[in-house]
Ligand binder design. Structure first.
Ligand SMILES: C[S@@+](CC[C@H](N)C(=O)[O-])C[C@H]1O[C@@H](n2cnc3c(N)ncnc32)[C@H](O)[C@@H]1O
Length: 273
């Protein structure tokens, strides 16, 4: 199979593939996503020398038992990882306000539950460091279903010209200039990285972390779930929130009617009663 080979994703194949991504990641795909799915998976057909999406689907089904890693690659390809530093800035301003009266010695745990390449959890960590200092016992957990994107988050290396949303002051304080092969990159300082923990986590099904959080960010991922799956995820995550803790969905993601114990306290900010 050469790079120029053309493949057509027919209705039946698309249905099988979208059922599989729903089963594995909870992601619901509308009919409008067909060409996006075909485009993203095409390179796997070429790499595996397969001649149709049906053959790729069968390969994935076998992988459920064989565990060659293709299912994870499939999930990595079908997730959308767009993110940037201090995206939806109002949440970070809200977090800062909440930290004002907290004793420096008190432990604070924050979870970025769809952390993508790390810009969100590192923005949280910078906000924490600015308000509480580095020695205060706060910790940020970053989790995502995509292992590929999680590896990027763990590295904390960002191409200088592509960094969006980060002020020069914060860059100077929390990032280092790369050298030699990394001259085009900025790297998160080790001190800030030491406050972070990155783990693979499927919002729909992974065992929950064994601790309760003061703040949970779960932004710009609920839009990919149907109402029932969204509800399930909110219940799971809210169960990990301390009473009085805050939950941040994305600004276009309303939790209205999904969980009674979460009440709105500001636009897109919910508190657990
Ligand atoms: C658009 S990004 C949002 C990143 C960040 N929260 C933000 O708002 O900028 C969505 C992220 O959700 C992750 N994701 C999708 N389905 C998931 C699931 N079932 N469990 C955990 N993460 C998931 C994707 O891998 C992706 O990195």
């Amino acid at each position: 199979m050469n790079q120029l080979a053309t493949f057509v994703l027919n209705n039946k194949e698309f249905d099988k593939i979208r059922q599989l991504i729903h089963k594995k990641a909870g992601i619901s795909m509308s009919d409008a996503k067909r060409s996006l799915v075909a485009g993203r998976l095409r390179k796997r057909l070429v790499a595996l020398k397969l001649d149709s999406y049906e053959a790729y689907y069968q390969f994935l089904k076998k992988d459920e038992q064989a565990g060659t890693g293709e299912l994870q690659r499939f999930i990595d390809l079908l997730t959308t990882n767009e993110t940037w530093f201090f995206r939806e800035e109002k949440h970070f301003e809200f977090l800062k306000q909440q930290l004002k009266d907290r004793p420096i010695a008190k432990e604070i745990n924050i979870w970025s539950a769809a952390s993508s390449s790390g810009e969100e959890p590192y923005s949280i960590a910078m906000t924490m460091a600015e308000s509480m200092g580095m020695t205060s016992p706060w910790k940020v957990l970053g989790t995502d279903i995509s292992t590929e994107i999680l590896a990027k988050a763990k590295k904390g290396l960002y191409v200088k010209d592509k960094i969006k949303g980060l002020s020069n002051t914060l860059k100077r304080k929390y990032m280092l200039n790369g050298v030699r092969d990394y001259a085009d990159y900025l790297a998160i300082v080790p001190e800030l990285k030491s406050k972070m923990n990155f783990q693979h986590f499927n919002l729909q099904s992974s065992p929950l972390p064994g601790i309760k959080f003061d703040f949970i960010f779960c932004r710009n991922v609920l839009i990919y779930f149907n109402q029932e799956d969204k509800k399930k995820v909110i219940h799971r995550l809210a169960g990990c929130l301390k009473t009085g803790g805050y939950f941040f969905p994305g600004h276009s993601e309303s939790l209205h009617g999904l969980y009674d114990e979460l009440t709105t306290v500001a636009p897109s900010v919910y508190q657990k009663r």
